[in-house]
Design a protein around this ligand. Structure first.
Ligand SMILES: [Zn+2]
Length: 434
């Protein structure tokens, strides 16, 4: 990647390592209970003790990198400006590559006196774990780490490649985080068969809902050119605001006939109208319109631009159009409505461990899955219950956290050790027969 010499990386890492201890919140006086010695709770406790408020990582990824190294992961730090990014990989059979995508940054805790407990010290209370970021998403990172640690202990180095991608810039601008990791991996010609994102996808209990796709987004700027004149002589002018009004009306009348199952329909929202400085007796000659289209995988960017152009050109040819903030949609289900093999594996694992079928959802705003979707055949989000994310007293149940670790263990066992997987339950046999 341009601008990242390995020396710079190394120096940054060495300097920061010395500071880890200083930055790490003391976590003494842990409350005793049945889960206090559970490995995933211990790792989560370590992670939340770093006050990694976006985008300042304060050594959280460096600490994790040390732990990953002992498991046999190769580590690359990819700092960009004030953002920390970590790329870790294990296994060396690149005929299949899988990834886990996450973020170590958290949103600010808000007024800490409103919290029941110190937000940067994991507190276990009535079967729940309280801390800023425990759900979004350090708990999922701890669950992933412990799942892989157990797999490596049980079965050795994975038969397939596994990559862990972490950024400290998900909750903020998201400019120098997963986007840059994706650019870097693209340059290295690294692609993934499947990426699991640890975002809190669940609604009432862990794994009840999977995020299997997101709508795409595209922003448009149109500059309309009219002809200025005196308001008393409109016949000698072309009012750019009137032109804009007609075009806005036409764009808002598009009914987006193409639909996609599991997705909210395609929508268009105007975000800004600007006709320049106001003068009471002048007909404006320019008007700029800004709008954003959220679209399902039934559309593509080229089609949207064509449709917008055709709509404008029914009213004027005197305009300029630009697009930006392009974000393609993604979906784990192919055009024939057949789920990707990885989605089938995840659903099957949830079925056999939890005895229910997860709801497949594409609702909500964007996540960093949108960036990695460019280099990953399928992308799916499975994490803790999102009820308290970004709130005072953010918490998960301890049992959900342990369940998430077990699910990650089962999913990555099937992906990374395919020769080991033996269908055992009746449910599995049924699936095989289909
Ligand atoms: Zn998150």
């Amino acid at each position: 990647m341009n601008g990242f010499s390995s020396n710079t990386c190394y120096e940054l890492v060495s300097e920061a390592l010395e500071d880890i201890e200083a930055l790490h919140e003391e976590f003494q006086g842990v409350e005793e209970d049945e889960h206090a010695s559970h490995r995933v709770v211990d790792i989560a406790r370590q992670l939340v003790a770093f006050k990694s408020i976006t985008p300042d990582d304060v050594g959280c990824q460096l600490w994790l990198a040390q732990e990953l190294r002992t498991l046999g992961f190769s580590i690359k730090h990819l700092p960009v400006r004030d953002v920390s990014n970590l790329i870790a990989s294990i296994g060396n059979n690149s005929d299949a590559r899988f990834a886990f995508l996450g973020h170590t940054d958290v949103v600010p805790a808000g007024s800490t006196q409103d919290w029941q407990f110190n937000p940067f010290k994991l507190t276990e209370h009535n079967g729940c774990l309280f801390a800023r970021g425990i759900v979004d998403m350090k708990g999922a990172i701890a669950a992933f780490f412990c799942a892989i640690e157990a797999l490596v202990t049980d079965f050795g180095i994975p038969e397939k490649e596994l990559w862990l991608l972490l950024t400290s810039d998900e909750e903020g601008e998201a400019e120098h985080g997963t986007k840059r990791i994706t650019q870097f991996l693209k340059q290295q010609r690294i692609t993934f068969d499947f990426t699991l994102v640890g975002e809190p996808s669940s609604e009432a209990q862990v794994a009840d809902t999977l995020k299997v796709g997101r709508r795409g987004a595209l922003s448009f700027t149109i500059n309309l050119h009219g002809k200025s004149g005196h308001v008393a002589y409109p016949q000698k002018a072309t009012n750019a605001i009137h032109l804009a009004q007609n075009i806005m009306q036409a764009l808002l009348s598009v009914d987006w006939p193409k639909h996609c199952d599991n997705f909210d329909s395609t929508t268009l929202q105007f975000t800004h109208v600007n006709s320049g400085d106001f003068v009471d007796n002048i007909i404006p000659s320019q008007c700029q319109l800004n709008f954003n289209i959220r679209y399902t995988p039934a559309y593509n960017e080229y089609e949207l631009v064509q449709l917008v152009r055709e709509t404008i050109e029914k009213h004027t040819l005197n305009y300029a159009l630009t697009t930006n903030n392009s974000c393609k949609p993604y979906y784990c289900v192919n055009n024939d409505e057949i789920p990707s093999p990885s989605l089938a594996i995840v659903c099957d694992e949830i079925n056999s461990q939890c005895h229910f079928t997860p709801k497949l959802s594409t609702a909500g705003g964007t996540s960093d899955g949108r960036f990695i979707a460019e280099i990953s055949t399928s992308v799916l989000e499975l994490g803790l219950v999102n009820k308290t994310i970004h709130q005072i007293d953010e918490h998960t149940t301890t049992s959900d956290l342990i369940q998430l670790q077990q699910l990650y263990y089962g999913i990555y066992k099937r992906l990374l050790y395919p020769t080991l997987h033996v269908h055992s339950t009746a449910q599995d046999e049924l699936l095989q027969l289909r």
